[in-house]
Design a protein around this ligand. Sequence first.
Ligand code: NAD
Length: 541
Amino acid sequence: MSVNNSYPKTTNETVLAYAPGSAERQALIAELGAQQSVVLDIPAVVGGKRITSGDTGTVTAPHDHAQQLGRIHNASAATIDAAIGAAIAAQRDWSHATLAERSAVFLKAADLLAGPWRARLNAATMLGQGKTAYQAEIDSACELIDFLRFNVQFAHELSAMQPISSRGLRNHLEYRPLEGFVYAVTPFNFTAIGGNLAIAPALMGNTVLWKPAATASLSNYLFMELLEAAGLPKGVINFVPGDPVAVSNAVLARPELAGIHFTGSTAVFDTLWGEVGRNVSRYRSYPRLVGETGGKDFVLAHPSADAETLAVALLRGAFEYQGQKCSAASRAYIPASLWPQVRERLVALVETIRMGDVTDFTNFMGAVIDRRAFDRIHGHLQRASQDSSVKVITGGRADDSVGYFIEPTVLQVDNPRHTLMETELFGPVLSVYVYADSHWPEVLALVDSTSPYALTGAVFATDRAAIAQAADALRFAAGNFYINDKPTGAVVGQQPFGGARRSGTNDKAGSALNLLRWVSPRTVKETFVPAAEYRYPHMAD
Ligand code: NAD
């Protein structure tokens, strides 16, 4: 990788407002209409070729499950093999392209997405993944643009990290890609994550087989088309929708598997890791395993917290995008002295939330992603309603007659180790435990030990000593820790994202730390005038 520092310095993409009458709103409305009037074919893209199949699935709108948006062509065994072959074949040329050449593709993609492709990606994310205009804008526009641009900046900064050379010799670290191909397995909930899991290894010179989540395949396919429009060479990223088990089994059996870039549930990552472990001796190199997984993210309030801003943070943290963010606030610990005020404010605010069709811009929430998610969350709500140790503070109902709608729900539990405080529900459900003010030290230990995850968490307090205590006691309870802010909304370049324990390998998407996982550096030492004598001076007679 050659050093070339002439790349544009990056700042975060500005979030557009979509206010009534704005140009961006008009463009988005036009694009929503266009996408709702067709059923887009979503083929595999292998070595630049579109491959359809007789085995199809559908993408439907979560807010209106009768509305079909896309027809997914699930990859056959032959297509999966062809995709692996295309990735391996493309590696030589791509890994020999300079960082500047590779960067140009992704910088162009960023500008296309910031400009002419913005409405298209946002509309697909709204319709296919059930996001409001704002939630789509911060995901499929701003975060993805930031990933494209900041990765380029970080890659250049890494390439400038070089060892010292002393007189008579030159040392150099060559940031080679991994040998083989990278398997990107991506989640439904962020178009930006889908894209980033494929482009981060590719920027570092790797070639990729990208398996999208079926429910996100509309926006993900459009992003694949955008990368092609930006000049990504054929075969560098191969887009392979299909049965996750069939694709994974074929990929993990290959000796050329060099790495897995995964975001999704803990259970699936465990399965992939287990399979790699079973196959380990057949791989040419030890595969890099990078996985960002589940969360049970906390909000802890100290008695000194401000009740008003806490209520707003709980609402936004728990209910934006229907609670389907890995970082969503899903367990809260509120002191008894503050609870009446927080409850009253929270309930009053939640009752004003408008939920419905995401193309109606007055809505704050849409539906959950699919039937499986609806049934899972609804099941939890039904059990909660019959559990005498759980009080429904607000919400609790669900309606799947048109779309997969779950009311924003606040539950109060008596038992701080109730399953509602431990299990990731991945829906608009906030569980609250009210603690005696004097039990602050015990509550710190409780928050730390209740869930197996350690992704995000927030402390609300005005007392600085309490903030310091919480930051220390909860040092390993969250990879992204917030003080007087909601635990969601990490921004690329500002809050590198990821958690430990059962939340993943914490390789911090949106930072140089992540890019480091996709290189296998070669150290090169050149001696200018090699020794002509083997004996050392101390050996003289
Ligand atoms: P998921 O685990 O169901 O799916 C993720 C991907 O794995 C999809 O592409 C899916 O098709 C594939 N998959 C499913 N079963 C598989 C199998 N048996 N073998 C191989 N691949 C398989 O997750 P999801 O529902 O798409 O996303 C929600 C989950 O993702 C939540 O747990 C959430 O916390 C997590 N998430 C984590 C982060 C993070 O940064 N930590 C970010 C976003 C989402």
